[in-house]
Design a binder for this molecule. Structure first.
Ligand SMILES: Cc1ncc(COP(=O)(O)O)c(C=O)c1O
Length: 279
């Protein structure tokens, strides 16, 4: 990750190399922090309100102090201004500090990964890995916390096996999500994606894709699906803020066909981003 700019609550823009957390910060010691990753298109954060809303929900469920939305918006705008790259990645982080003092608010802007366009051309190779179905409140369903070591380890395992990324399935083989993406597939004119009731993250891009399907003439179904449904699909893709809509061309070393939906939705997503710039 190439960090371009950092803004800190109560301080404003700081040198990206400067320390910004206390040594006893709960986010550092126990992963009790909330964060968001947001795509910046031409200097504008896409769906910022939705991300801030999810951040506030994550913080509440982890038991952090309430998120200061105004402060984070201001920090985001300062960091984007200081970054001087108009297409970038914005991360918002909210930590409780040591639990006694003030929470910490951070806005980080980093360079867009350079390999995504090539990966979109080629398509992703996924492997299925056992994940946890977060169907109890203490498993923090739908929460984007800074405890992402398991997600990163799954991605590393996928790479170790020669794939690009993983898709989690629960103990019964029900498809969940990727470590940092939601998963979709298509049969005919219907797109399928796992239900939020499985405790997966309510992706902001997942919601955007749902809004875009109608005008493209696709129906959407959300439910519990076995991995065989994905493996037998006519095409598949993932959605996430940074990777956007990314085709899947291999699952567990078996070829998945390419289809029109991923490309159409990627184009529609970019158009939606462009439209918000003109608002
Ligand atoms: C576990 C998980 N699922 C799905 C997503 C996709 O969410 P979004 O579209 O809001 O980026 C992410 C994003 O990082 C994630 O971490």
């Amino acid at each position: 990750m190439t960090l371009l700019a950092v803004a800190v609550g109560g301080r404003g823009i700081v040198d990206p190399a400067e320390p910004v957390l206390r040594a006893d910060d709960e986010a550092l010691l126990r992963g009790r922090g909330a964060f968001e990753t947001i795509r910046v298109y031409a200097g504008t954060s896409f769906r910022l309100s939705e991300h801030l809303e999810r951040l506030a929900g994550s913080a509440e469920r982890i038991g952090l102090p309430p998120v200061n939305v105004m402060e984070l918006k201001e920090l985001a705008s300062q960091a984007i201004g200081a970054a001087r790259e108009s297409d970038a990645v914005l991360r918002l982080v909210w930590t409780p500090g040591n639990g006694d003092g003030a929470p910490t608010a951070l806005a980080l802007v980093s360079r867009l990964p350079t390999h995504h366009d090539a990966l979109r051309e080629r398509g992703q190779r996924l492997i299925s890995l056992r994940g946890i179905r977060a169907d109890e409140p203490w498993l923090l369903p739908g929460v984007k916390s800074t405890s992402y070591a398991v997600n990163m380890a799954a991605e590393a395992e996928a790479k170790r096996q020669g794939a690009d990324d993983a898709v989690f399935v629960d103990a019964d083989g029900t498809v969940l999500e990727g470590p940092t993406t939601n998963i979709w597939w298509r049969h005919g004119r219907t797109l399928y994606t796992p239900s939020l009731e499985l405790g997966i993250l309510a992706g902001v891009t997942r919601a955007t894709v749902m809004e875009l399907t109608d005008e493209l003439g696709y129906a959407v179904e959300e439910d519990e699906y076995p991995l065989a449904e994905l493996a037998g699909a006519e095409e598949a893709f993932t959605s996430s803020s940074v990777r956007e809509v990314m085709p899947v061309t291999e699952l567990d070393a078996a070829i998945l066909a390419r289809g029109p939906a991923a490309d159409e939705l990627q184009a529609a997503l970019r158009q939606a981003a462009l439209a918000t710039l003109q608002e």
